[in-house]
Design a protein around this ligand. Structure first.
Ligand code: A3P
Length: 301
């Protein structure tokens, strides 16, 4: 660790071209060395604060919809989405011992914040599928800023101003980022290999959840049958995983997961909240970087 460049007052270290919080570096290395993907695995990959919690709930519900016909007994009512779909590097491999994954039944569903170049080789070499979710950089940044200030408050530290965090984010210094390189790495791969990587945008999912749920199910080779569609199975999952429903469940209101209060993973869940926080100058800066990085490769967010 001492040989790695650090930033953000030692809260991030640069490892293999990505900024990683120091307490997760061991988990990243261990997961790269020991995780062996199966052809049937499904990996949800995201940058922090783009809606990971939501997509974890959706993917779990989609893949397990036959197992829990009784809505009153659905695991999401008693477990955080982060307990049902763990992160490889931040939860499973972030321990002293290599985890026993045998309790996970096929199709195994995991999650990761790693950039494409940092993924374990077996994820790339196997036929395992990747669902990638991104979100517009302005809402992502505002969400990160709120989240970090909640963590700082829990640690008894002063809140940081939006200007302080903005400077780092716009320079590409953010957890598991840079944010833009992260998105670009999966966008390019998804164009080259659309059967392996399904590229989703938070804003589109918010606007038309049922359409994207249907596409997601098709990509994962578990399409909704005509009978399921008539019975409203798509809408049921969309409602179960909605911000309003999940954020009001007792299980998501108290207790901790990955060092943060579970409630911290649910703040507002809206598109465009950046307008309430960013100055015109900040907004223009992020727009300029986004244009430079994304537009030339045909990506609009
Ligand atoms: P905001 O801070 O903008 O509200 P992650 O899960 O990757 O940590 O991302 C957290 C962001 O997703 C937060 O955004 C949070 O409110 C939002 N979120 C959590 N659950 C959601 C849901 N079911 N639907 C939509 N957004 C959700």
């Amino acid at each position: 660790m001492l040989s790695l460049p650090s930033a953000d007052q030692g809260l991030l270290y640069q490892y293999q071209g990505s900024w990683i919080p120091p307490f997760f570096i061991q988990g990243v290395i261990s997961c790269q060395n020991y995780f062996h993907a199966h052809d049937t695995d499904i990996l949800l990959v995201t940058s922090p604060k783009v809606g990971t919690t939501w997509l974890k709930a959706i993917l779990f519900s989609l893949l397990n919809r036959g197992r829990y016909p009784n809505a009153q007994q659905h695991p999401l009512l008693t477990n955080s989405p982060h307990e049902l779909v763990p992160f490889l590097e931040m939860q499973l491999y972030n321990k002293k011992q290599v985890p026993d994954l045998t309790p996970f039944t096929s199709p195994r569903l995991f999650s990761s914040h790693l950039m494409f170049s940092l993924l374990p080789i077996s994820v790339k070499d196997s036929k395992c599928k990747i669902v990638y979710l991104c979100r517009n950089p302005k809402d992502t940044f505002v969400s990160i800023w709120h989240f970090r200030n909640k963590i700082r408050a829990n640690l008894g530290k002063d809140a940081s101003t939006i200007e302080q965090d903005f400077d780092n984010f716009s320079k590409g210094i953010s957890s598991f980022g840079s944010y833009w390189d992260h998105v670009v790495s999966y966008w390019k791969e998804s164009l080259e290999n659309p059967e392996k990587i399904f590229f989703l945008k938070y804003e589109e999912m918010k606007e038309q959840p049922t359409i994207f749920l249907k596409r997601l199910a098709e990509f994962l080779e578990c399409p909704f049958s005509p009978e399921e569609e008539v019975k409203g199975a798509i809408n049921d999952i969309s409602r179960l995983c909605s911000f309003e429903n999940l954020s009001n469940l007792d299980v998501n209101k108290s207790g901790k997961v990955m060092m943060a209060d579970k409630s911290t993973y649910f703040r507002l869940g809206k598109v465009g909240d950046w307008m309430n926080y960013l100055t015109v100058e900040m907004s223009e800066t992020l727009d300029r970087i986004t244009k430079e990085k994304f537009h030339s490769i045909g990506l609009t967010i």
